[in-house]
Design a protein around this ligand. Structure first.
Ligand SMILES: Nc1nc2c(ncn2[C@@H]2O[C@H](COP(=O)(O)OP(=O)(O)OP(=O)(O)O)[C@@H](O)[C@H]2O)c(=O)[nH]1
Ligand SMILES: [Mg+2]
Length: 195
C-alpha cells in the first residue's frame, strides 16, 4: 500500500521479491545494497538461518530519486522461498505495491519455479490482489550456469502477462538494477493514476 507522507514530501512503496528457494532473491537485495550510496539507503535487515537461507525476510529501504518534488522511498523485501514457510510469505505480501519474481534458470528448478509462481498468485489473492494487475517483473536468474534453460523456453512456461523479463546473474549484479527499475516504474505509473 503506497504511503504518501506530505510533511516529509516522501512516497513510500513496497516491493516484494518472490520465487523458489535458492533462486537468488537475497542476492538481488545484497547487490542493490552494495551499489547504493549510503545517503540513499537504510540498514539492510536479514533474518536468516545458519546456512544463509532466508528465515523470515530481508528488508532494504532505498531512495530512487524524486517524482514531482516527492522523494521516493522503496521498501524492498524478500520472502523465504522454502516451501514450508508459506505463512511468512503470505504475511510479507501484505500491502505490496509491486512484485519481482526471481526464477532459477536451472532446468531442474523449473517445477519449483512453477510451484512458487502458483503460490504467489494464490497468496496475492488472499490479500485481494491480482497477479495479472499488480506491477510485476520476471527475472530469469542464474543465466551463468551450464544447466540454464533457453530464455524462450522459460518465458513460455512462466510469463503471466506482458511483463518485462530480464536475464540476470545476480551474484555479478547483471540484470539486477534493470529488474528493480522496471517494477519501480510500474509502481509509480499506478501511483500517478490513483493520485
Ligand atoms: N551461479 C549463480 N549463483 C547464484 C546466482 N544468484 C544467486 N546465486 C547463489 O545461489 C544461492 C542462493 O541465493 P539466495 O540469494 O540466498 O537465494 P534466495 O532466493 O534468497 O533463497 P531463499 O532465501 O532460501 O528463498 C547463493 O549461494 C547465491 O550465491 C546467479 O546468478 N548465479
Ligand atoms: Mg533469501
Amino acid at each position: 500500500m503506497t504511503f504518501i507522507n506530505y510533511v516529509a514530501r516522501e512516497i513510500n512503496c513496497k516491493i516484494v521479491y518472490y520465487g523458489p528457494g535458492l533462486g537468488g532473491k537475497t542476492t538481488n537485495l545484497q547487490y542493490i545494497y552494495e551499489i547504493t550510496n549510503p545517503e540513499n539507503k537504510g540498514k539492510m535487515i536479514s533474518l536468516a538461518t545458519e546456512t544463509d537461507r532466508t528465515l523470515f525476510f530481508d528488508f532494504l529501504p532505498i531512495d530512487l530519486g524524486k517524482v514531482k518534488g516527492f522523494g521516493t522511498r522503496f521498501h524492498l523485501y524478500t520472502v523465504p522461498g522454502q516451501v514450508f514457510y508459506d505463512a511468512s510469505r503470505k504475511l510479507i505480501l501484505r500491502g505490496v505495491d509491486g512484485v519481482v519474481f526471481v526464477a532459477d534458470s536451472q532446468e531442474e528448478r523449473m517445477d519449483a519455479n512453477r510451484e512458487s509462481l502458483a503460490n504467489l498468485s494464490d497468496n496475492l489473492k488472499e490479500h485481494g490482489f491480482d497477479l495479472l494487475k499488480i506491477p510485476y517483473a520476471l527475472q530469469l536468474n542464474k543465466r551463468d550456469l551450464p544447466s540454464a534453460l533457453p530464455a524462450e523456453e522459460m518465458k513460455s512456461a512462466l510469463l503471466v502477462k506482458g511483463e518485462p523479463v530480464f536475464e540476470a546473474v545476480a551474484t555479478r549484479g547483471i540484470g539486477v538494477l534493470e529488474t528493480l527499475k522496471a517494477v519501480a516504474r510500474q509502481v509509480l505509473v499506478e501511483l500517478r493514476k490513483s493520485a
